[in-house]
Design a protein around this ligand. Structure first.
Ligand code: CMP
Ligand code: MG
Ligand code: ZN
Length: 491
């Protein structure tokens, strides 16, 4: 056999096939020499051999442990089983195939593929005029979900979720049957209302979902695929589904059914995602019915990872891991990035304007105190912040902002900056910065989500100013109130 020729199928097509055809013609005319024929046959064999090696080459293992397992010693079935059962290689392999998505999204936008088809959908879910008015602010950090809830007759989640699926063109892209969406979101809202929680209700889910939209819009979402955008919006919408209004610790201490089911680990978070997915098992609610098997699997992997990472007991580990990743030149794992975005949105109200933050805090503390009342009834010690008689709200909020919220926003902003900056540079080199992603409907000047509009400084300044102002206001309350009464602290 002659020496190895490295060739890909494109080269074969463009260079060699015409030559081979020419040789066949020469043979037909009796013009080809035996020497030429032999040379060409040898070359053709080497090309085919090279292609064969390329096709059958074992795929590199991202998991080091698997590198030792040589493909010729281990049957491919066993290799696949090892990869599937003991590593996350399958997911990683699929994601790496998706790599050049930034470009493809840009091209899709340039080609006008993303077109809002609002009219065909509003025929099924009609918007009250008040909701349309409120949605003029949906791209804003200060979006008031309480007003939306009033305008929509206690359906803030339904409208925010639907609005975003339309704006990101996900209803069309994933062929979501709108009737299934309506059945699903109705059941979702009922689950959020099941325990009549002051804080963990459908308004909180709507708030986190809208906050994700803001982050996507203002931090250059072009680094995400449609599937990842769908996954994070869906995860936000379901992330506290059927919340019991009590903490994980309460579940563990009271040995609740779900604590038993999930062995005391991420008890509620496991339940939120599991119960939401169980709704989808009903054909009438299955909004994923038109997803391919691979998309379904990838979406589920992302959603499970994101929702489980909203367990606050993961917080410090999550921040620490991301901080150390930011010190290295390594690429940031997308599921980790998405998880940190969702976690940030989940604790974002202290970084919103005082009117919103104050209201959310009052609701959350009311929920904590209700748990404290139950703990007293059961003869259990009070959980932190749950004793309505002794909890000092302003101090707890200042501590929450200083130790949890500020560091989370800092790391998340740095993370997005690290991901998006190379894209901005790449886009500016190829002259692609000045586009709008037309799938995200612009209702105001702030809706520009082009890469050159990504303004990390303004974003950083904004949440810094809000948290600073909120802390000052809490401090003023702490000085004023010598009492420990929550009602006084919150008024
Ligand atoms: P959850 O929404 O399930 O996930 C994030 C958690 O952060 C939330 O529940 C609360 O337990 C906690 N949290 C959010 N905001 C505050 C706050 N202002 N003060 C104390 N804890 C908070
Ligand atoms: Mg939660
Ligand atoms: Zn939450």
């Amino acid at each position: 056999m002659c020496e190895h020729v490295s060739v890909n199928s494109k080269e074969l097509d463009s260079q060699y096939l015409p030559e081979l055809r020419c040789l066949v013609k020469q043979l037909e005319r009796g013009e080809a020499s035996v020497v030429d024929l032999k040379k060409n046959l040898e070359y053709a064999a080497s090309v085919l051999e090279s292609l064969y090696f390329e096709e059958t080459r074992p795929i590199e293992d991202p998991e080091e442990e698997l590198n030792d397992i040589k493909s010729d010693l281990v049957p491919s079935q066993v290799r696949d089983w090892l990869a599937l059962t003991f590593t996350r290689q399958r997911d990683l392999m699929r994601r790496s195939e998706d790599k050049p998505r930034f470009r493809s999204i840009v091209h899709a936008v340039q080609a006008g593929i993303f077109v809002e088809r609002r009219n065909s959908n509003t025929a099924v879910l009609s918007y009250p005029p008040e909701v349309i008015t409120v949605f003029k602010n949906v791209n804003k950090w200060s979006f008031d979900v309480f007003t939306l809830n009033e305008a929509s007759g206690d359906h803030a989640l339904k409208f925010v979720f639907y609005e975003l699926l339309i704006r990101y063109d996900l209803v069309n892209h994933f062929k979501i049957p709108v009737s299934a969406f309506i059945s699903f979101v109705d059941a979702l809202e009922m689950g959020y209302s099941k325990y009549k929680n002051a804080y963990h209700n459908l308004m909180h889910a709507a708030d986190v979902t809208q906050t994700i939209h803001y982050l996507l819009l203002n931090t250059g979402m072009q680094w995400l695929t449609e599937l990842e955008i769908f996954a994070i919006i869906f995860a936000a919408a379901i992330h506290d589904f059927q919340h019991t209004g009590t903490t994980n610790n309460f579940h563990v201490q009271t040995r609740s059914d779900i604590a038993m089911l999930y062995n005391d680990r991420a008890v509620q978070e496991n339940h939120h995602v599991s119960a939401a997915y169980r709704l989808l098992q009903d054909d009438e609610m299955n909004i994923f019915c038109n997803l391919s098997k691979d998309d379904w699997r990838e979406l589920r992997t992302l959603v499970v990872e994101m929702v489980l990472a909203t367990d606050m007991s993961c917080h410090f580990q999550q921040i620490k891991t991301m901080k150390s990743l930011l010190q290295t030149p390594e690429e940031i794992d997308k599921p980790k990035a998405l998880s940190l975005m969702l976690h940030t949105a989940d604790i974002s109200h202290p970084a919103k304007c005082w009117e919103l933050h104050h209201r959310w805090t009052a609701f959350l503390l009311e929920e904590f105190f209700t748990q404290g009342d139950k703990e007293a009834e059961l003869g259990l010690p009070f959980s932190p912040l749950c004793d309505r008689k002794s909890t000092t709200v302003p101090q707890s909020q200042i501590g929450f902002i200083d130790f949890i919220v500020d560091p989370t926003f800092t790391v998340m902003t740095e993370m997005i900056e690290k991901i998006v900056t190379p894209l901005i540079e790449e886009a500016s080199r190829s002259g692609l910065t000045g586009f709008r992603r037309s799938s995200v409907k612009s209702t105001g000047s702030e809706a520009n989500c082009s890469l050159n509009a990504v303004d990390f400084k303004s974003f950083r300044d904004m949440w810094n100013q809000e948290t600073h102002r909120n802390k000052e206001l809490w401090k003023a309350k702490a000085i004023k109130g010598t009492d420990t009464d929550i009602q006084l602290s919150l008024t």
